[in-house]
Design a protein around this ligand. Sequence first.
Ligand code: ADP
Ligand code: MG
Length: 802
Amino acid sequence: MSENNLSIKIHRTIRRWNGSTLVWDIEAYRGTVEAIREEGRRLVTLTPDQIFGHAHRFREEIRSGVDPDTLLVPSFALVAEAVRRVLYIDPFDEQLVCGIVLHQGKLAEMQTGEGKTLAAVFPVFLNALCGRGVHVLTFNDYLARRDAEWMGPVYRLLGLTVGFVQEGMGITERQSAYRQDVTYLTAKEAGFDFLRDNCRYDTSHIVQRDFHYAIVDEADSLLIDEARIPMIIAGATDEPEEQLTPFAQLARAMQPERHFSFDAYGRKISLTEEGIDFVEQQLGCGDLFTSTGVASLSRLYHALHAQYLLHWNVDYLVSGNRIELIDELTGRIAENRRWPEGLHAAVEVKEGVPAQSRGAMRSSITIHHFIAQYPKVAAMTATAEQAEEEFHDWYGLDTVIIPSHRECLRNDFPDRVYRTRREKGHALIEEIATVHATGRPILVGTRTVRESRELADVLIARGIDCRVLNAKDNAYEASIVAEAGTAGAVTISTNMAGRGTDIRLGGSDGKDRERVASLGGLYVIGTNRFESRRIDDQLRGRSGRQGDPGLSRFFISLEDDLFVKYRINELIPKRYIVTSADGCIENAYVNNEINRLQRIIEGQNGDIKFTLGKYSVLIEQQRTIVASYRREVLATGKAFELLRVTARPVVDNILARLGGETTAAHCRTLLLRALDRSWSTYLADMADLRDGIHFRRFGRQDPLHIFNSLAIERFETMLQEARQAAAGELERLCVDGPRRDSPVIDERHNPSATWTYLVSDNPFEDNPDLQLSGNMGYSVFAGLLWPLTAMMLMMKRRGRKS
Ligand code: ADP
Ligand code: MG
């Protein structure tokens, strides 16, 4: 533990030399906070009407061009007064600091339970005064509604309107929510609405206004963890089903190590020379590394990946007749999530389930590019520090660490490591039974929903009453988690369940607080380490809120899914695995090795995002071009002019018969439709190309370079093709005899489905820091080498930025 801390400290020191973006010292904010307090004292005697009047005056001033920064002190003071009146809470100084940080467009790290929801109201008010709409992006729908309703009275006293968006709302409800001064919603709803707005055929169906300012709550979850998962909207397709079975058979016939090899951590597959020959011979297709061979290669790659790297019950489940992905971070079924098209289809073939209607991708955007649509962004979370570089490099967010109002009294105990899952399970049950007998509340965080249920069954069989979160209904979960601090409670949930819900000692009413505090507070037990330390820390953070006592500890085994997946058994020499009678391995080396593996996994996930980022830059630029072109076509008479250039006789013919207005409407609809189709085909082609492109490495060409040059070439012809296609349709319309009503849009092609999509690409081979891994005795010097690795990482990052 201490060695680990030391290396983190050294790492931080190096970051600071290097111009770290992390701010620990909030002294600089002290003066402003004092000024807000001073100003606040003058407001205590105001009548509600006078408060409203002050807010109105600020609004007028901002509209007349006053810089919002100059109103920070009086507006924050006014919000504090409003909060005091309607919520009967006095905001802490730390919350004011958090508010200032958010107004500055930075990331505020503030511990769980410190009151971030309230802190956000200050900058939201100030930035909403200009009337351009502020979004607060919440972790889930339940929290969007809760926070809008909870903070609503404050905004209303100040003369602002508040709305929230929920899944399943229709166009009118959404339009109304987005018209409010403040809108609480998930990033998913915001992102999918953004994509859908760029596919409308009628301007009156557009739901969003131009973006202005967003505050992202639980920022690490959205901006870091979900960043691997682009948002996609799709419509029906007429494409015939593909024949994938031969590729699945071929994949099964191939032999690991002989025809293809895995990387050290079993995350990536490469064909061997013998494998290439074998495939070429089996497919009878000649040279695979030609532009025509790429399609087959991509199918084969998906089949191999599905066959050897994705595991039933770890990565996915088969439920009914469909494949459902398991979210590796939350352990829950991820609704509407897929792997990239080809891979998803390959898993369906592997499991012998019928292909889901896949639909043509209509548009897609990554979280990173979506967030960039907001001219000003701020964020808050309890665990930012370890991802500070990522926040800075990807989102331009500097992190400010805000101390907790009262000192955190939680004890984080070192992990208990067991050799086998069975031994771990046994120790876990004993621990829960012993602690439960004292009446101390326990919150157990598991990896999957199934694990939660199994654990609960065992506990109940032992006569221990416990509550399991159902992983379905966020509101229901919140109500259970809120009671997790009650004396004698045992609550079992997957990680992140009930995130955002406050856990008070002695129950949600705090009735029994003293008794529970004297027992040591909430005991948090993790039954697995997660993909990143940040997520482990999220779980620990459920205990010890606002100066409460508490304790956290992880029980893990070398047979845990995470370690099996990354082959930790092969990384730890057998001689270190010495256990006590109950199977517990008490060896600091093993604990360190586990920490190191976790850092490697974090690095890998970072690299996956980096690849996604590299491949998405150009496509995103093109999406922007198409979107603004499309908006112009939708809102103006541009289509008519364009088609008149392309197909003058046809357009003139229709014009003579139907008149200007109808002809313009026909042109607009047909061009939009053609544009959407071309863009959709283009995206599918590019996805295919991207998935198959690894194999180009054998041709010694840089895959990104190939991808980008092909993309530019294809994109140029695409816009032209769209115009040609629209002209062709117009001609057909002319021959069929044009009618007065505009051509029917086949509604099936409108975006009807939304899904998110897990990118599994991994640029492992170009990763210099991973060459340090393996059994090279490196870990013996881990304490020394880690700063070195950190330095290499930094150099690499800098290289990337330039
Ligand atoms: P976070 O999002 O930081 O985890 P929440 O916004 O959910 O925290 O708030 C946690 C709890 O703290 C809530 O019950 C809230 O009412 C309470 N709270 C917030 N600010 C204050 C304050 N200034 N004084 C007392 N209680 C507060
Ligand atoms: Mg919160």
